[in-house]
Write a protein that binds this ligand. Structure first.
Ligand code: C2E
Ligand code: CA
Ligand code: CA
Length: 611
């Protein structure tokens, strides 16, 4: 266009412009454009380069001003010198990097065939850096559409080269952050899923193991320590996992404290071995600022093609196996098996039924008497939830309480039981003797809820139950795991006037001294210890030790799971305060509590066990 007497699209006529002006305009245009511009002849030799292109090619810009001439410009040095045959250089002599080879060949073919080419060419700067030029070359056409002068030396192609290195780097960076986890530098879930599907598509022989490792109790580092510590531990875990896997394995951070690895294996039988390689990343404690942290992980493994045929089904299967590992006590490896899916389906159905039972207020509460060891009097009862499903029959709390905790239904369940127990407790006020207390079990999830104390205060107000008649039972393990938050919650509960009981004591392996800073009233010795009372001296000594220490700390002691008169006799000798168990009664309906115990003269007295 630049050299033709024609009218452009905007109606400007080059033909009307004096030649000297056109030359000036062309020069100016070519000198101010930020792109490199060059003209080539029909043999693809560069015969003109504008200052930007000359500079980009590290040529002396001054000598090229002479080239900007509307008559077919003669090439002057140094382009002439750069040419291998002492004439004008071809593109390949300027874009010398071997990575350009295919593109340069394509360019020649495309230009000869279609008169247009666009592509990337890599340029090496004098200091050795690689830059990427996006190059567009087009055949210059006459106004009539005919090709320009066909002689070898005539200018035939116009090229524009734009340095897109920075732009591309910014794009790549953006693409990288979309697909990677900034903290650890590992691929994220999206990229892991995509890459897994691609690997599956091109894997013919053999198998793949998809391994999901979820850190155990990691939340505590973030909540009870600091997020910085949490971050450092995650970074180090990522580094270790990357170091333990082999080249060709792919690792990723697929969730907050979950890492996944895809490993090619020869056969499904190698899956456990593959998972052990990931587990090795957790074999040694991590040191941060001189402190040691022994992280553990629950690992689930799924195998392609046996356990799923795409990334999402494999991830779901490995996740189920990992969850099963957590339920089995964490810190281990679990391979996926079909039963896990069936379990999950069964649990979903059970969750649905539990939800409708809660909606219909169909759960009931039974009460198990707790007796005084010295007098046999029933001074309190423990509220125990009962679920009798019309089709499933009676379902044990040990089965549905964990489900309720996992699904969050425990909040509603806990509210219903608390309300029912407090109403019942008020109903059992005894006009002639001391009224019986009601003990209610509280799940860690309820205790963690910031509104828990308010909830108790409102329930007491609503039911008009005097606070001293309510006992809240919290397991020892809950107290140990939530020590910091628990202390504040327990203090506020105590201010309401309710009593606090440590349930299942002895199963959390804590010493009593550990609990001495908490405002506790009652200690319930777990039934495992009561079982051992008659059998061995050691069993008896342990229980004696617990009772003595508890008394010294001002706590009253309840022995749980008392089934035999022999056990009861020993507890009496050991000066245990209260006992609860099948020897006296199972958990029974409120009506039975009334007819058996409250109807007796003297109110809630019960002396039948003291013979
Ligand atoms: P837990 O708090 O330790 O409750 C005592 C459990 O021991 C009850 O089982 C009770 O029936 C059983 N038990 C009582 N005496 C004996 C005995 O002499 N021998 C034997 N072998 N067992 C005895 P249950 O009712 O099946 O409750 C199991 C667990 O479910 C409870 O253990 C408690 O952790 C949980 N739970 C029950 N009701 C509730 C509730 O309303 N809320 C919450 N969060 N948990 C509950
Ligand atoms: Ca209990
Ligand atoms: Ca218990």
């Amino acid at each position: 266009m630049l050299y033709n007497d024609s009218t452009d699209e905007a109606g400007n006529s080059w033909g009307m412009t004096p030649a000297i002006d056109r030359l000036a305009l062309s020069r100016t245009l070519l000198s101010i454009t930020r792109d490199g511009v060059f003209f080539m002849d029909s043999c693809f030799r560069i015969r003109y380069a504008n200052p930007v292109f000359v500079k980009a090619l590290n040529m002396n810009r001054q000598e090229h001003w002479a080239c900007v001439d509307p008559t077919p410009p003669e090439l002057s040095s140094p382009i002439k010198e750069a040419g291998s045959d002492g004439s004008h250089p071809g593109l390949h002599e300027i874009y010398t990097d071997v990575r350009n080879r295919a593109n340069l060949a394509n360019a020649q073919v495309a230009l000869a065939a279609a008169g247009f080419w666009n592509g990337d060419l890599i340029r090496i700067t004098p200091n050795g850096d690689s830059r990427v030029d996006e190059v567009t070359i087009a055949l210059a056409r006459q106004a009539s559409g005919a090709m320009s002068n066909a002689s070898d030396t005539a200018l035939r192609y116009v090229g524009v080269a734009r340095d897109v290195s920075d732009e591309r780097a910014a794009h790549e960076r953006l693409a990288w952050t979309r697909n990677h986890d900034e903290l650890t530098g590992l691929p994220n879930r999206a990229l892991f899923t995509l890459a897994t599907d691609q690997i599956i598509a091109r894997t013919g022989e053999g198998s793949l193991a998809l391994i999901v490792a979820d850190l155990d109790d990691f939340k505590q580092y973030n909540t009870s320590r600091s997020h910085e510590l949490g971050d450092r531990l995650l970074q180090e875990t990522a580094r270790r996992i990357s170091a333990t896997v082999r080249a060709g394995d792919m690792s990723a951070r697929t969730a907050g404290d979950e890492f996944s690895v895809l490993m090619p294996i020869r056969a499904a039988s190698e899956a456990r071995e593959a998972a052990q390689r990931v587990a090795a990343a957790f074999s040694q404690a991590i040191q941060v600022d001189g402190e040691c942290f022994a992280l553990k992980a629950s690992i689930g493994v799924a195998v392609w093609p046996a356990d799923g045929n795409d990334a999402s089904s494999l991830l779901a299967a490995a996740d189920l196996a990992m969850q099963a590992c957590k339920e089995k006590g964490r810190d281990g490896i679990m391979l996926y098996e079909e039963g896990l899916t069936l379990d999950r389906i069964g649990r979903r159905a059970m969750e649905k039924d539990l939800r409708s039972a809660l909606d219909g207020n169909l759960l009931s509460v039974s009460y198990q008497p707790v007796v005084r060891v010295d007098s046999g009097a029933v001074e309190s009862v423990e509220a125990l939830v009962r679920w009798c499903d019309p089709e499933r029959g009676d379902i044990a709390p040990d089965r549905f309480i964990p489900l309720a905790e996992e699904t969050g239904l425990i909040m509603r369940l806990g509210e219903q039981v608390m309300l029912s127990a407090c109403q019942q407790g008020l109903h059992w006020a005894c006009p002639t003797g001391p009224s019986i207390k009601v003990a209610v079990n509280v799940s860690p999830i309820q205790l963690e809820h910031p509104g828990f104390t308010d909830f108790i205060a409102r329930t007491l107000e609503l039911t008009a139950l005097p606070p001293e008649r309510l006992v809240i039972e919290i397991t020892e393990s809950t107290l140990l795991e939530h020590m910091e938050d628990a202390a504040a919650t327990l203090t506020s509960l105590k201010l309401l006037g309710v009593s606090i009981s440590v349930d299942d004591f002895g199963t959390g392996y804590s010493s009593l001294a550990y609990l001495k800073n908490l405002p506790l009233d009652i200690l319930k010795i777990d039934r495992e210890f009561i079982k051992d009372l008659e059998g061995s001296e050691a069993g008896r000594d342990i229980v004696a030790g617990i009772i003595n220490l508890a008394h010294r700390m001002g706590l009253s002691v309840v022995a749980e799971g008392v089934e035999t008169a022999g056990q009861f006799g020993i507890l009496r000798e050991l000066k245990c305060d209260h006992a609860q168990g099948f020897l006296f009664s199972r958990a029974i309906s409120p009506q039975e509590i009334e007819s058996r115990y409250l109807a007796l003269s003297g109110g809630s007295r019960l002396s039948a066990f003291l013979n």
